[in-house]
Design a binder for this molecule. Structure first.
Ligand code: UD1
Length: 453
């Protein structure tokens, strides 16, 4: 794998120009889930034999996670969307700061490293554009499993206490159903001595995907997808060949693309059950979502869009990762809508950018009050985080005239081939170097668009 540092300022970064108003038509192929891929790559550290992951999306974040494993001495080979990982030997227990600081999910490696090597040293990931994102729940859980954890000079140093070789099973109650904490602790517990029970666990489909992958490697995990996960530790895991689930956030983004442009689109493969909250909201807004086949959804637009309220919550509640994209749609929906972001403290930064395009949205604390407008107009805008960048693309598809989006490194972290997929269904857009787009560079105020999220 070759490294590409996603957040290093490029001399001439690219921008995306979108000419709004083009009707879309056709089918979009949905890639493997980014959030599953990231944690499943980390989970391969648990296995002392070869592992094969299929349906791995080609994303900057995935490349970066691969680089982190390489830096630990793990062997990785990529062939198309297949990743072969061999962590028989892990040369180091310390993950490098310059990589971890760019990708929060890489902190989750602390669980498998500790379980495999008895020691792990991982930099604190730090905050990001959408919020502080602490790791106290991960640390507390590892301590309950018999780890000594010290945080010094920005590094989390963990080792198994006493002369034990394995972590020990424990009963862990999470104060909040954190996805990352559930995943970190579930991975650590697979190789622990005895039974671990995680209560108030996250129930996200990616947590279930991780449990299924670990079970395919011989782990004994039950209850993933409910709020109580029981892991019976085993001494070691064996080889597995596993395909990652489809990306529910990408699927929702394309369903919204259909609704916002009044176009009929199909998306597959998807797992419709993973999209229940999004489908319910699309129906509230006036679109029809029908199941063409068990893994294929069709969006059929209504004659108009109407406002609705959304509150983000842990799964099965409405996902925070779809909030920004739905806000673009609600900005064009008749009447008033209220969007409440309860998961992250700073995840409404797309609002000023949508307002630059003519939306009428006010923010009060963690609430966005949206008055639907009849049209948006294309404008130069800046993406402030991954899902915000998708929201601006959606707004640009519906807006009159040309929208130019800067800050594309965010988009590239989480959407595989977004432009090509949109071009294939009829969108009018192009990526080009900023110097050719006739716009001024991102202003100092927006330069934190270069901070990872
Ligand atoms: C994961 C997803 C991210 C998604 C998020 C919520 C990955 C790689 N990323 O992030 O796309 O938006 O779930 O669905 O899977 N918290 C604490 N203490 C902790 C840990 C978390 O207070 O120790 C808080 C966070 O600050 C946040 C909330 O819990 O307010 C949710 O965070 P969490 O579920 O941990 O998100 P991530 O796993 O980081």
């Amino acid at each position: 794998m070759s490294i590409k540092i996603p957040n290093s300022p490029e001399a001439d970064p690219s921008v995306l120009q979108i000419w709004g108003g083009a009707p879309l038509k056709g089918h979009v192929r949905i890639s493997g889930a980014k959030n599953s891929a990231l944690v499943l790559i980390v989970a391969a550290l648990l296995c002392s034999e070869d592992c094969r992951l299929r349906n791995v999306p080609a994303l900057v974040d995935v490349t970066l996670m691969g680089e982190i494993l390489l830096s630990l001495g793990v062997k990785i080979t990529q062939t198309g969307d297949v990743l072969d990982i061999n962590a028989t030997t892990i040369g180091k227990s310390q993950a490098p700061y310059e990589l971890v600081s760019q990708l929060r999910a890489s902190f989750f490696a602390i669980g498998p490293l500790l379980a495999r090597l008895g020691a792990a040293c991982v930099p604190l990931p730090g905050g990001c554009t959408i919020g502080a994102r602490p790791v106290a729940l991960h640390v507390r859980g590892l301590q309950l499993m018999g780890a000594d954890v010290q945080i010094e000079h920005g590094m989390v140093n963990a080792y198994i206490k006493g002369n034990r070789k394995r972590l020990k099973g424990a009963k862990i109650y999470l104060d909040y159903p954190s996805v990352g904490a559930t995943e970190t602790l579930m991975m650590a517990a697979t190789l622990a001595d005895g039974e671990t029970i995680i209560e108030n666990a996250a129930q996200e489909p990616e947590v279930v995907d991780l449990a299924n992958f670990c079970n395919a490697m011989g782990a004994k995990i039950q209850g993933a997808g409910t709020n109580t996960i029981v892991i019976c530790g085993v001494p070691q895991l064996h080889t597995a060949d596993y395909a990652i689930i489809p990306d529910r956030v990408e699927a929702a983004t394309f369903l919204i693309a259909g609704a916002i442009t009044y176009s009929e689109l199909t998306v597959s493969p998807v797992i419709p059950d993973h999209l229940t909250a999004a489908i319910a909201k699309l129906r509230d807004i006036g679109a029809q979502v029908v199941t063409d086949s068990p893994d294929c959804l069709r969006i059929i637009p209504g004659s108009s869009l109407r406002g609705t309220d959304i509150e983000t919550l842990p799964y099965p509640g409405f996902p925070t990762d779809m909030q920004a994209q739905f806000m673009a749609l609600l900005s064009l929906s008749e009447g008033n809508s209220l969007v409440s972001e309860t998961v992250f403290e700073n995840r409404l930064r797309h609002v000023p950018e949508l307002n630059r395009m003519g939306a009428d949205i006010r923010v009060k604390n963690n609430h966005a009050i949206i008055r639907g407008v009849p049209m948006l107009s294309g404008a130069p805008v800046v993406a402030t985080d991954l899902r915000a960048s998708a929201a601006l693309v959606l707004a640009g598809l519906a807006a009159q005239g040309k929208t130019t989006i800067q800050g594309l490194h965010h988009l590239d972290r989480g959407y595989e081939q977004l432009e090509n997929k949109l071009l294939k269904v009829g969108a009018k857009l192009q990526r080009l170097p900023q110097s050719q787009a006739n716009i001024s560079p991102v202003s100092a105020i927006n330069s934190d668009a270069l901070i990872p999220s």
